[in-house]
Ligand binder design. Structure first.
Ligand code: ATP
Ligand code: MG
Length: 286
C-alpha cells in the first residue's frame, strides 16, 4: 500500500472482460491490489486457473455428455408439475397482435417498445399468458366445476436494454390453476412456489407485493440476492373480461434462466441463456 500512498488497483477493463468471459465470480472481479504489478501477477494466475478448469470441464463433458442447466431445470419442473396433476401445453411462439392486446394496453409505450414485431399483426411472444388464457377458457367448459391446472415452458422474447439479469430470449414457465375457492388461492400459490423452488434446492426467497403494467398488482418471488425469480397474480381480474373468462385463478410466471442463476449462484444471465460458443456456461474459445 505504501508504494502508492494507500491507493488500490482493480483489474483493468480488458482483464475484467476476459475473467468475466471465463466465468469468474463477483468476488474475484472485485479484488483490489496494492500495485499494478501485483494485480497483473494475480490476473495471470487467476486467468490460467480458470482456463485450466474450463478445459478439464469440457474434456469431461466430451466423454460423459452434458446439458444446459435451463434444460435440466425445465425437465425437472415439468415432471414435478405433471406428477401433481397439471397438464402441459405447447403453444405457438408466434403470437397475434389481437391476443397480445387483450393482455396489454396498446397505449402502453413501454411494453410495446419491448416487443419484437414480425409484421403488423404478429410478434414473437413476450409472454405465455395470452395463449394460456385460451386454454383456460376451453378447459373450463369441460372441467364441470373441478379445479384444474395447466402450464407451458418455452421461449419468450423482449427487447431489453442490456443488463446482467435480462436476456432478449429467455425461457418462461407459466402455470395457471383455475377454480380454487377465493380464500384458498394465496396458500396454494405459496405451496406451489415452495414445491418448485424446493425441488431445485432453493430455500432462501421472499414475497414482495408490486404494481404491474399487465396485472395491476402482482406478488413477486425474489431470491436472497434481490433477483426476481417469478411474478404471481390472481383472478377474478379486470383482464378476464376481454377473454370472456369467468372464474377464479392463480398464475405464476418463472424465468428459468433466473432459476438457473439462483441455483448455480451465478451473477450473469449470459452464463445460462441461449448462446453460441459456450456449453453449460463454459466458454469454448479459450
Ligand atoms: P423484471 O422486473 O426482472 O424485468 P418482469 O417483471 O418484467 O421482470 P415478468 O413479466 O414478471 O418479468 O416475467 C416473469 C418472469 O420471467 C420474471 O419474474 C423473470 O424471472 C423472467 N424474466 C422476465 N424478463 C426476463 C428477461 N428479459 N430475461 C430473463 N428472465 C426474464
Ligand atoms: Mg415481474
Amino acid at each position: 500500500m505504501t508504494e502508492y500512498n494507500g491507493k488500490t488497483f482493480g483489474f483493468t477493463s480488458e482483464q475484467l472482460s476476459r475473467l468475466r468471459d471465463l466465468g469468474a465470480k463477483a468476488e474475484t472481479l472485485e479484488a483490489q491490489f496494492s500495485g499494478p504489478l501485483m494485480r497483473d501477477a494475480n490476473y495471470r494466475q487467476t486467468e490460467q486457473a480458470l482456463v485450466t478448469a474450463a478445459r478439464s470441464a469440457i474434456k469431461e463433458m466430451l466423454s460423459t455428455g452434458g446439458r444446459p442447466l435451463v434444460e435440466v431445470i425445465s425437465e425437472t419442473l415439468c415432471e414435478l408439475l405433471v406428477s401433481r396433476g397439471l397438464i402441459q401445453v405447447s403453444t405457438p411462439i408466434i403470437m397475434s397482435r389481437a391476443r397480445l392486446s387483450r393482455m396489454v394496453l396498446e397505449s402502453d409505450p413501454l411494453f410495446y417498445s419491448q416487443v419484437f414485431w414480425l409484421d403488423a399483426k404478429r410478434c414473437l411472444r413476450p409472454m405465455l399468458a395470452p395463449h394460456l388464457y385460451e386454454y383456460m377458457l376451453d378447459l373450463l367448459k369441460l372441467a364441470e366445476g373441478r379445479p384444474f391446472g395447466i402450464f407451458e415452458v418455452g421461449p419468450c422474447f423482449r427487447k431489453e436494454s442490456k443488463g446482467s439479469r435480462h436476456a432478449s430470449e429467455f425461457t418462461m414457465l407459466n402455470l395457471v390453476e383455475v377454480g380454487l375457492p377465493l380464500d384458498k388461492r394465496l396458500d396454494r400459490l405459496s405451496e406451489l412456489v415452495e414445491a418448485i423452488l424446493g425441488r431445485l434446492g432453493l430455500k432462501d426467497w421472499r414475497h414482495e407485493e408490486v404494481g404491474s403494467t399487465v396485472y395491476e398488482k402482482t406478488i413477486d418471488i425474489v431470491s436472497c440476492d434481490g433477483l426476481e425469480l417469478a411474478s404471481c397474480s390472481m383472478g377474478p381480474h379486470p383482464l378476464d373480461e376481454a377473454w370472456g373468462f369467468d372464474g377464479t385463478w392463480l398464475g405464476l410466471g418463472f424465468g428459468l434462466e433466473r432459476l438457473a442463476m439462483a441455483a448455480a449462484n451465478l451473477d450473469r444471465v449470459s452464463l445460462v441463456s441461449r448462446t453460441l460458443g459456450r456449453i453449460k456456461g463454459i466458454p469454448l474459445k479459450i
